[in-house]
Design a protein around this ligand. Structure first.
Ligand code: NAD
Ligand code: UFG
Length: 337
C-alpha cells in the first residue's frame, strides 16, 4: 500500500513516516518545509534504512500537487500539513484560513480527480472548546476559541460534506490531545522555531539552559494543584494510531472520528516534576497569570479508538520525558545542529 504523507517533514508527520516504513508501507512525503527541515527526512531514512520520494510542494499550488498525483498512484493520504500556532492564528487569521482550508480543498479535489478515496486527517482536541465534563468523548459538543481551532472544525465539516456527496470516501478524523516526546533514537523530535509556545518544548529548553525559567500560566484553576491539566501522549503512540487507521479503515467508506489520547490528565507542575526526574536537571519556574483562552483541564476518553481501531497508548509519562530529553540533549538546536 502506498501512502502520501502531507506535512511529513514536521513533528508528528516525521514520526508517522518512521512507523509506516517500519510497518511495511511505501510512502511519499509532500511538504513545503514552511515549518520544518529536510533534515528530518534524512533522519527518517537513517532510522528505518528505507528510502522514499520527497516532493517539496505547497498544497496551495494546485498544479504542483496535481502533478504529484499524476506521477504516482496512491492508495491513501495522511494529511498533516497545516499551520498550528494558536497565538499566531489570532494575529494572522487570513493566512491560517487560506493555508489550512484552501490547502485541504486543493488536496481533496485532486484526490477525487485521481480516484484516491482514503484519507486520515489531523484534527485536535481544540475542537471541544471548553468541555462541560471529563473525560471527553467524541460526541461532545464542538466549538472553538481561535482561528486555528476554527480551521480544524471547518475541515471536519468539509470532510463530512464530501462524504455525503461522494460515498466512495473513507475518512478518518483523529483528534489529537497533547503530543510530546520523540523517537527513542533521539534522531527526530519537535523543533519549534523561536521561543516555544507549548509546555514540553519550553520545559526542555529551560532544562538544557537555553531559557531561564518556565512561566506557569495560572495556579488557581479548579484542578488537583491549581495548574492546567492536559492529556499528554507520546508522539510514537500517536503515530501508531495513524498506522491503525490506515490499516483498519482504508477501503471502508464512511467518516470515522477518534480521540487520540491516553485518558490520563497531568498538571503543569506534575509535568515539571516528571521532567526533572527524567533529565536529572532542575526546571526553574514562576507562577504567572493565566494565558488567555486556556481551559482548566482536558483529557480524552479514548475507548472508541481502542474498540474500533485496536489502538491504545502504550508509553507512559516517564517514556515521554526520557525520549523528549534524549532528543533535546542530542540536538540542542534542533535540526540546525
Ligand atoms: P508541524 O508544523 O511540525 O508539521 C506540519 C507540517 O506541514 C510542516 O512540516 C509544514 O512545513 C507543513 N506545511 C504547512 N503548510 C503547508 C502547505 N501549505 N503545504 C505543504 N506543507 C505544509 O506540526 P505537527 O505538530 O507535526 O502537526 C501536524 C498536524 O497535526 C497539524 O495539522 C496540526 O495542526 C495537527 N495537530 C498538532 C498538535 C500538536 O500539539 N502538535 C495537536 C493537534 C493537532
Ligand atoms: N503552559 C504553561 N507555560 C507555558 C506553556 C504552557 O504553564 O509556557 C501550560 C498551559 O497553560 C496549559 C498546559 O501548559 O495548561 C499545556 O499547554 P500547551 O501550550 O502545551 O498545550 P495546549 O493544551 O494549550 O494546546 C495544545 C496545542 C493546540 C491543540 C491542543 C489540543 O498547542 O494546538 O493542545 O490538542 F489544539
Amino acid at each position: 500500500m502506498k501512502i502520501l504523507v502531507t506535512g511529513g517533514a514536521g513533528f508528528i508527520g516525521s514520526h508517522t513516516c518512521v512507523e509506516l516504513l517500519e510497518g511495511g508501507y511505501e510512502i511519499s512525503v509532500l511538504d513545503n518545509l514552511s515549518n520544518s527541515s529536510e533534515k528530518s527526512l534524512e533522519r527518517i531514512k537513517e532510522i528505518t534504512g528505507k528510502d522514499f520520494k520527497f516532493y517539496k510542494a505547497d498544497l496551495l499550488d494546485y498544479d504542483a500537487v496535481d502533478k504529484v498525483f499524476s506521477s504516482e498512484k496512491f492508495d491513501s493520504v495522511i494529511h498533516f500539513a497545516g499551520l498550528k500556532a494558536v497565538g499566531e492564528s489570532v494575529e494572522k487569521p487570513l493566512t491560517y484560513y487560506h493555508n489550512n482550508i484552501t490547502g485541504t480543498l486543493n488536496l481533496l479535489s485532486i484526490m477525487r480527480k485521481h480516484g484516491v478515496y482514503n484519507i486520515v486527517f489531523s484534527s485536535s482536541a481544540t475542537v471541544y472548546g471548553s468541555p462541560k465534563s471529563l473525560p471527553i468523548k467524541e460526541d461532545f459538543p464542538l466549538s472553538t476559541t481561535n482561528p486555528y481551532g476554527s480551521t480544524k472544525l471547518m475541515i471536519e465539516g468539509i470532510l463530512q460534506d464530501l462524504y455525503t456527496a461522494d460515498n466512495n470516501f473513507s475518512i478518518t478524523i483523529l483528534r489529537y490531545f497533547n503530543p510530546i516526546g520523540a523517537h527513542k533514537s533521539g534522531k527526530i523530535g519537535e523543533d519549534p522555531k523561536g521561543i516555544p509556545n507549548n509546555l514540553m518544548p519550553y520545559i526542555q529548553q529551560v532544562a538544557i539552559g537555553k531559557l531561564p525559567q518556565l512561566s506557569v500560566f495560572g495556579d488557581k484553576y479548579p484542578t488537583k494543584d491549581g495548574t492546567g491539566v492536559r492529556d499528554y501522549i507520546h508522539v510514537v503512540d500517536l503515530s501508531l494510531a495513524h498506522v491503525k487507521a490506515v490499516e483498519k479503515k482504508s477501503g471502508h467508506p464512511g467518516v470515522y472520528i477518534y480521540n487520540v489520547g491516553t485518558g490520563n490528565g497531568y498538571s503543569v507542575l506534575e509535568m515539571v516534576k516528571a521532567f526533572e526526574k527524567a533529565s536529572g536537571r532542575e526546571v526553574k519556574y514562576k507562577i504567572c497569570p493565566n494565558r488567555p483562552g486556556d481551559i482548566a483541564a482536558c483529557y480524552a476518553d479514548a475507548s472508541k479508538a481502542e474498540k474500533e481501531l485496536g489502538w491504545t497508548a502504550k508509553l507512559d509519562l516517564e517514556d515521554m520525558c526520557r525520549d523528549g530529553w534524549n532528543w533535546q540533549v542530542n540536538n540542542p538546536n534542533g535540526y540546525a545542529d
